[in-house]
Write a protein that binds this ligand. Sequence first.
Ligand SMILES: C[S@@+](CC[C@H](N)C(=O)[O-])C[C@H]1O[C@@H](n2cnc3c(N)ncnc32)[C@H](O)[C@@H]1O
Length: 217
Amino acid sequence: MADFNQLFDQWAESYDNTVFGTDNEYKEVFENYNGILNSICKYIDDKRHGITLEIGIGTGNLTGLLAQRGHHVIGIEPSTEMRKLATGKLTRVTVLDGHFLDVPIYNKVDSIVTSYAFHHLTLEEKEKALIYLDGLLNEGGKIVIADTMFSSLQYKKDLYKQVEQDGAVNLLNDLNTEYYELLDDVTELYEKIGYTYKVEQMNKYVWTILAQKGGKE
Ligand SMILES: C[S@@+](CC[C@H](N)C(=O)[O-])C[C@H]1O[C@@H](n2cnc3c(N)ncnc32)[C@H](O)[C@@H]1O
């Protein structure tokens, strides 16, 4: 698995400036950021909430929202600097070192969520991760992924062309070096493990896949 820790250790300090819209290149990627995080919370909100596992928590923005809504959250984050920032911001949350294929917990959870992080895995690793995470989830539990994905190859091609024309070199480099999938390729992985799901486009880049283990979404 590729190691993005150095990149995120360096980005940690300015990460919140990027997501809250002061970085022009990433503006459209993070458009409606709060709305995206809130829609994840809304989907897994439950009368009793249960235990929620969040993977790739970064500076803990989604984690904080979940905790405010009464979820018992365990956050997993491989970058030391991101973990430090998140721990400084959050109360009542357990933050652990780990990643999509290594979650150091011993009991099953009721929901698993992740935002803007699943694209660090190749498609093959994504499949392994979903099978692994399924093993950590209680029956009827939910898995939500929010990330950049594309509805078709043509959409992807047109968007990359636009980014190139805009001269957004950092964003273009990300898009070319990380593992951004077609939406159908990721939903197929959910089908393989028998989940029901629905998808929602949240902005020009980001989709959420809202899925439930062995039941109706
Ligand atoms: C773009 S940030 C997203 C942070 C946060 N979830 C958000 O929505 O703002 C991606 C995060 O994923 C983490 N990450 C990178 N590779 C990972 C992996 N293999 N497993 C879990 N997290 C990973 C990074 O360290 C970083 O904190």
